[in-house]
Design a protein. Structure first.
Length: 650
């Protein structure tokens, strides 16, 4: 008998395969929508069309996620490439053109351009552009305070506008508006090119004393466009590289003009160049702070310590490369109210100190011990080491923040649908270096009004260097921390203190756990949210606490209808024992409290012998602990019993 013909493929089989092809091709969004129209024209039924539309929506989400990941990879690659250009600096024009071209590519804008300061004229001028078509625009000059660029140069702060022509925050002038109109620009973002302060606040045309504004880096569109905080941060990073390139080139130019000085100090300058290449190579090879400290200690023949902004020692190396016993917090940066830290090397208390800065942000400080004097070349080398250290810290933080964003997606899925695919969530976590099957503490943090947008970045800095992960969730930030045995309340209070300092405003933190597994972690999050609401209701803003510390107050003040977690946490051992053994410990405990703790009345209420009641109470004590009938604990148990009685049957 001949083989019967194979069944025809389902009407939507080919479109579903085509969806995978479109994802692989990175096709435009409209190509996905065309598949449904083709299937409808081909006679597909309503069920098939519904399935196809659902698959199309899923494919579009996958496409968006892949594009977002590619964009993040491109940003990191661009930062590494820019660092490579800086290491091989020969032609300033080529480096600046490369940076401006990368700005335009990474931010996807129509144009990008860079202005530099003219000290003689007292204004700024257009230095390099990419994507510009207007000669009038390419020859613009901006006075300090005029236009968006003038305001950036004057205040040393980034500014962005979705529509420059209608934005009244900036001082519009005829020449600037004419050039912007001729170029057709609408949405503009500008960030300052900052170097370390050079002799006070008067040098940068009114710039902040913490940095010298040498120019402005811009990205602009010919249509209205709001710029996100991520785009502002990326442009600031590229601006930092551009400032380094310009400063290095100017230093080389100054040295070239002073021929006699160069000949006298040729050996010193060659040593400085080799040291700069050596330090930069350390960064490009992924070296850590200890390697940088060891290299600088060897080059300057002294002991080197590197500290974080709070003064904690991050690395310490002695003269011969041996570990150096640095006094902790001995060289913390100046607190608020004192002079701002400077990127220039300063000698005080028998030590040379240089702040590690990224723009106006203080990343830490570098201290040289055992050298009373530094000549110009060694001093410049020490300052360059601070710049390289800043670059290393920025690159490490950028990588950590990118990884944490990817991990944050796991936290979001975990809290949204923990029961949908618990095994898959655990597997995803292990791929990202997070073991959801091990006990974790769940922290929920909330910043004061007006500062919520700074909390996610602060959480990333708080977790930097740890195995914890974080994600934004309904106006709060959720953190998962591996449990190291510390009490949840103590961890919450420590986190509240550090996050408050990083955000610059009160941050309230609630903790629950430890818990392991997707469902238990999701339940812990709900418990921590109730605890957070209770803390706010009690007026403890900026404080931290564990859910267990608040007990029934967390239920009463948490404004949460589902109190099952509290009942389970309080009566769980008795409920589980009754379910497994068929006993009535919960009923016995309720009768005992209802009878005022009198054994005689309790045995009459339950129609049991008094010895049986005593045995049950002994079992209750074994399960709940010896302090179960103390006033505070008894109050929680009675509340849990009442809630358990009022709850609907399972």
């Amino acid at each position: 008998m001949a083989d019967s013909p194979a069944p025809a493929p389902a009407p939507v089989a080919r479109p579903l395969r085509r969806l995978l092809e479109l994802i692989a091709e990175d096709a435009p969004a409209e190509a996905y929508g065309a598949l449904a129209a083709q299937a409808r024209a081909g006679g597909a039924g309503p069920a098939d069309l519904a399935e196809l539309e659902q698959a199309t929506a899923t494919a579009l989400r996958v496409r968006g996620t892949l594009r977002q990941h590619r964009r993040r990879e491109s940003e990191l690659a661009a930062l590494f490439d820019t660092a490579g250009d800086l290491a091989a600096l020969r032609d300033l024009d080529a480096v600046l053109q490369s940076i401006v071209r990368r700005v335009r590519m990474l931010l996807g804008t129509d144009t990008a351009y860079l202005t530099l300061r003219d000290d003689e004229a007292g204004d700024t001028y257009m230095r390099v552009t990419d994507g510009s078509v207007s000669p009038l625009f390419q020859n613009l000059r901006l006075s300090y305070g005029d236009g968006l660029g003038g305001l950036v140069a004057q205040t040393a702060r980034p500014y962005a506008t979705p529509d420059y022509r209608t934005d009244e925050r900036f001082r519009h002038t005829g020449s600037i508006d004419e050039g912007v109109l001729d170029e057709g620009l609408v949405g503009i973002l500008g960030v300052p090119l900052l170097l370390g302060a050079r002799g006070g606040a008067g040098g940068a045309g009114g710039a902040a004393s913490g940095g010298d504004v040498i120019g402005v880096l811009f990205a602009a569109d010919r249509t209205p466009r709001p710029f996100s905080p991520d785009e502002v941060a990326l442009l600031c990073s590229l601006a930092a590289h551009a400032a380094i390139a310009i400063d290095t080139a100017r230093a080389i130019t100054d040295l070239a003009q002073a021929g006699a000085v160069i000949r006298e100090h040729a050996a010193a300058m060659q040593r400085a160049e080799e040291a700069h290449d050596r330090l930069t190579d350390l960064v490009l090879r992924g070296g850590d702070l200890s390697e940088v400290a060891a290299a600088v200690a060897e080059l300057l023949d002294g002991a080197i310590t590197i500290h974080d902004p709070e003064g904690r020692t991050l690395a310490a190396v002695g003269r011969a490369g041996a570990p150096f016993d640095a006094e902790p917090r001995a060289h913390a940066p100046a607190p608020a109210g004192r002079a701002a830290p400077t990127a220039r090397a300063e000698h005080r208390d028998g030590r040379w100190t240089c702040a590690v800065l990224a723009g106006q942000e203080l990343l830490g400080s570098m201290v040289l011990h055992g050298r009373d004097r530094l000549d110009d070349s060694d001093r410049r080398l020490f300052e360059r080491a601070g710049v390289v250290t800043a670059l290393l810290l920025l690159l490490s933080r950028s990588v950590a923040e990118t990884e944490n964003r990817v991990r944050g997606e796991l936290v979001t899925d975990l809290l949204t649908a923990p029961g949908r695919d618990p095994v898959g969530l655990v597997v995803r976590g292990r791929r990202l270096g997070v073991d959801l099957s091990r006990p974790c503490l769940v922290l929920v943090a909330q910043a004061a009004a007006g500062s919520q947008d700074r909390l996610p970045a602060a959480a990333g800095r708080y977790l930097f260097g740890s195995d914890g992960i974080s994600a934004e969730r309904t106006g709060t930030v959720v953190l998962l921390l591996p449990h190291d045995g510390a009490a949840p309340g103590a961890v919450a209070r420590a986190a509240a203190g550090q996050l408050t300092q990083l955000v610059g405003a009160p941050v309230t933190v609630a903790a629950a756990g430890p818990a392991s597994g997707p469902q238990a972690l999701a339940d812990g999050h709900a418990e921590a949210v109730r605890c957070l609401r209770a803390l706010c209701a009690l007026g403890r803003v900026g404080d931290g606490a564990g859910a267990a510390e608040l007990g029934f107050l967390g239920v009463l003040l948490g404004n949460e209808r589902d109190v099952g977690s509290f009942v389970t946490a309080t009566l769980g051992p008795l409920l589980e024992y009754d379910a497994r053994r068929g006993t009535e410990l919960v009923r016995t405990l309720g009768a005992y409290f209802a009878c005022g703790g009198t054994l005689t009345r309790t045995k009459d209420e339950l129609h049991l012998h008094v010895n049986t009641v005593v045995q049950r109470l002994d079992r209750i004590q074994a399960l709940l602990g010896s302090g179960w009938n103390e006033p505070e604990r008894a109050l929680e148990l009675q509340l849990a019993l009442r809630l358990h009685m009022l709850a609907p049957p399972p």
